[in-house]
Design a protein. Sequence first.
Length: 275
Amino acid sequence: MQNLHTHCLLCDGRDSPEEMAAAALEMGFDSIGFSSHSYTAFDLEPCLKDEDEYRKRILRLKASYLGRLRIYLGLEQDLFSPIPRPGLDYLIGSVHYVLRDKEYIPVDNTPELLSDGVRRLFSCDLEEFVLEYYRLVGSVREVTGCDIVGHFDLITKFERACPELSKTDSLGSVEEEKRRAIKRLASQDAVFEVNTGAMARGYKDCPYPSFSSLEYIRSLNGRVTISSDCHDKRYLDYGFREAAGLIREAGFDCFYELRPEFSDADRRFVKIHLY
Ligand SMILES: [Zn+2]
Ligand SMILES: [Zn+2]
């Protein structure tokens, strides 16, 4: 078992990296990656306050668990963040904002901030906002060079609080833009994350990406991996079984785990068969 999408208390998670590693070992994980949020210049307060300290602490932890648990140092690289400094094991590429008129509208912060941005900067045109989100997601591998595409359809997070979002998400134009993004990413050999984070936090009852997107990824021979976007050590393996079931139902016979110690494409992702 592997989970490469985790947040500890050095960014916006609840537990220390040490507590998370201990929990991962106890739950039977053989590897865990830390993926704190990258720096974005427009955030009033950076999520990851001290990146040097973060890097040092994870590397120390990695050394102390040698032979027991593989620990990796990563970042969840936002589309609008500067290129990261070298020394990281891997990157998850994520879109958390839609840019319009030099303003960054957060997609997953609160339903109020999202609605306010759509009203002010998109003249209430939710469809155009969602289309712009998927255009940005389609570019995330080219822009960030990420190994893994984070929460492909994060824009659906607040569907319960904002039912207009789910109506928009099923529009033909949006479906078409989603497919365009998936096609572009799959053609670049991106690995899509099946992310159970919003389930663990009660926002959704299924992972990102949606089942129809998973089926489309499968039809293009795209690759997937499983993570829980974990902010709380109790949820390190949250929904993994369900996610594996969904992947199988969507037609996949395997998912992938990352081996960041290898740089060549063939060995960097290891196939895990679904039974
Ligand atoms: Zn994220
Ligand atoms: Zn995350």
